[in-house]
Design a protein around this ligand. Sequence first.
Ligand code: ADP
Ligand code: MG
Length: 685
Amino acid sequence: MRPDILNPLFAEVAALKGVGPSQVRQLGRLKLTRAIDLAFHLPVMMIDRLAVDALDESLVGRPVVVPLTAARHDRGGPRSPLRVAAVDRGGQWVDLVFFGQSASWAQTRLPIGVEKRIIGKLDRYGQKLQIAHPDVQAMDGPAPPQEREAVYPLTEGLTNRRMAQLVGEALGRVPALAEWIEPSVIARAGWENFAGSLQAAHRIDGGRDRLAYDELLANQLALLLVRADTRARRGRALAGDGRLTAALLAGLPWPLTGAQRRVLGEITGDMAQAQPMLRLLQGDVGSGKTLVGLMAMLTAVEAGTQAALLAPTEILARQHHATLTKQAANLPVRIALLTGRDKGKAREALLADLAEGRIDILIGTHAIFQETVAYHDLGLVVVDEQHRFGVAQRLLLANKAHVPPHVLAMTATPIPRSLALTRFGEMDQSIIDERPPGRQPIDTRVMATARLDEVTAALARHLDGGGQAYWVCPLVDGNEDEDEAAATTRAAFLKARLGEGKVGLVHGRMKGPDKDAVMAEFAAGRLGLLVATTVIEVGVDVPNATLMIIEAAERFGLAQLHQLRGRVGRGAGHSVCLLLRGDELSETARERLKLLRETNDGFRIAEADLKLRGPGEILGTRQSGEEAFRFADPGRVQHYVTMARDDARLLLERDGGLAGVRGQAARVLLYLFERDAGVALLRSG
Ligand code: ADP
Ligand code: MG
C-alpha cells in the first residue's frame, strides 16, 4: 500500500490546476500521467533571459525582456488568436500573440502608443518575429530579476511556460520526507534532502547526483528484498550422486577447465541447500558455459527431479538440443525440445510426457514456461544467454514449480560489476575466467569497406581451402524489411562471386524451419559461408568456422561485436575477424574499433561499452524499457552502485529492515521509484 503522504504526488495530472482533457492528452504523449511524472520531468538546460533594447533574428528561440510599443490590435475572428503588432526602439516589428484574450483586454494591457516591458520567448512565424503569451509589465515597475529559465522537453501544443507552471505545481506536492540515506553517506556527499535536490535538479543546479543515488538505492533495496524473500522460501536440496555427470565427463574428449570445475562446485553447493539457488554464471564467449549448465541439469536429474533450459532464440534452443543429445547419447536421460513452433498432437504428447515425468530435461524458448506447460517435478531452471530477462520475469519463472526451483542464469556477454549489480543484484555470481586450452587468440583486423574486392578474394581462398566463414550484415534502422533487403542483396552478391551452392542466408524474417535448414547445412559443413543478420549473435557454435566478417562494424555495440567475434576461435584453428568499416568514421568510432583490435577481454570491452553506449547495448534491452531508470545511468554513476548496495545492506541487516526508522523512510523511497512492484509480486506469489 502506498504511504498516504505520497497521495498528492501520485494524483493524476487532471487534478492539477487548469488541466483539462486536451492537456491530459498532450502530457500523455510525454508519458506524464501523474503529478510525480511532472516532478521527475527534468529540464534539458537553462537559458538566460536576455534584456535587450532591440530584437533581431539572432535572438530567435531565446527568452527576452524588451521594451515594445503596441501599434495595432488585430483580431481576425472569434476563433483566431489576438495579435498585437508592436515595434521595438530600433524599429523592428514583432507580433505579440495571445490565445483566448479579447480585444478589450488588449486595449487596457497594451494600449496603442504606450511602451511596455515585454517578457517572453522570441519565435519566428513565417517571415515575422513573434512572442506568444508574453508577460506584460509597466516600464516604471521594478526591473525583472535576471532570471534564468529552465527549458523542458515539450510536445506540440504545450508551451515551455505552461510546462514550467505544471512542474512547479507538481513540485509543490512533494512532501517533507524522512531521510532514507545512511547519515554518513549523505554527510560525506554533502547532499540536500530529497525535495531540495529535486528542486535543484529543475534549476540544473545540482541535485541530480542524489536523485541518481536514490534511484539506485531503491533498486538495490528491491533486489535485496526479492533475494531475501526467495531465499526464505523452502526449496529442495538436490544432491546428485555423480552417476550421470561422471559418465558424461568420461565420454568427452577433454577435461573440464579449472574454472569450469570451480563454478560447478559453487553451483552444486547451492543446489545441495534447501534454499533455492539464485546464481548468475558469467564467462566470456567460448568459455564453456553450456557444459556447466548441462552438468548442473544432470545433477538435478540424478537427484530425481526435472530440469529446464531456456534459450533466447529457436536457433539456439535447437543447437543446445542437438549438442546435449549428442553429449548425453549414452546416458539414461530423456531430453526433449519444445519451441513455439510445436503444435497439435506432437506438442500434446510432449506435454503429457513432461507432466508425468517421462522427460528429464526440457530445452526450449520461452514456450517452455507458458501457462499450459506443467512439469512433473521441476528442480532446476537454467536460463541461457538470457541477460535480457528482467527480475520480474525471473520471478514468474520461479513460480512454475510446487517448490521453488533452483535458478541458474548464464549470460552471453561478460557484464561489468556495476551493471551486474543493478540487473542481477539478487543473485550470487560465478565467473569463468579461463578459456579451454589450445585456443588461439582471434586475429582482429579493421578494413575499409572500399576494399570489398580484396576481402571477397580472400574469402574465396578461405572457402577453397575447406574453411567456413560468417558474413554479418548490420541491422538497418531496426526495420526488418530493410535489414532483410540488405542481407539478401549481400548474399546475392557473394553467391555470384563464390558460387551459388556455397552460400546460405539467415535473417530474422525467415520462417523457423527455413532458418533451421540453413543452420543445419552450415553446421554440417555443406555450406561454406553463412550470410546473416545479427540473429546469429549469441551462442551459435560451429568450431570449423574460423573467419568472421562483419560489415559496417561501426554500427554495432562493442559488446555485440565481441559476441559476434566469439562465433569463431572455437576450435584449434587460427581464426580471423575482419571488421569492415565505412569511410566516414568519427573519432569515437575509430577508438572503439581499435579497442576491439587490441583486446579479447570481454569484461574490459563491456566496461567500455557501458561508458560509451549505456547498459541497453550490453544487455540487448535498449528497446524493451527494462532499464527503467529515470536518473541513474549505470554507465555514468557506476561508483554509486556499490555505495547504494552497501547502504541497502546496512539498512536491511543493521538498521532493522523496513520496520526500522530508516526502513519506514525507505518504504517511501521504494514507492517513489516504483520498485514496490517486484516486492509486492513476491509477497502475493
Ligand atoms: P559459451 O561460454 O560461449 O556458451 P560454449 O559453451 O558454447 O561457450 O563452449 C564453447 C566451445 O568450447 C564449445 O565448442 C564446447 O564444446 C567447447 N568446450 C567446452 N568446455 C571445454 C573444455 N573444458 N575443453 C575444451 N573445449 C571445451
Ligand atoms: Mg553459450
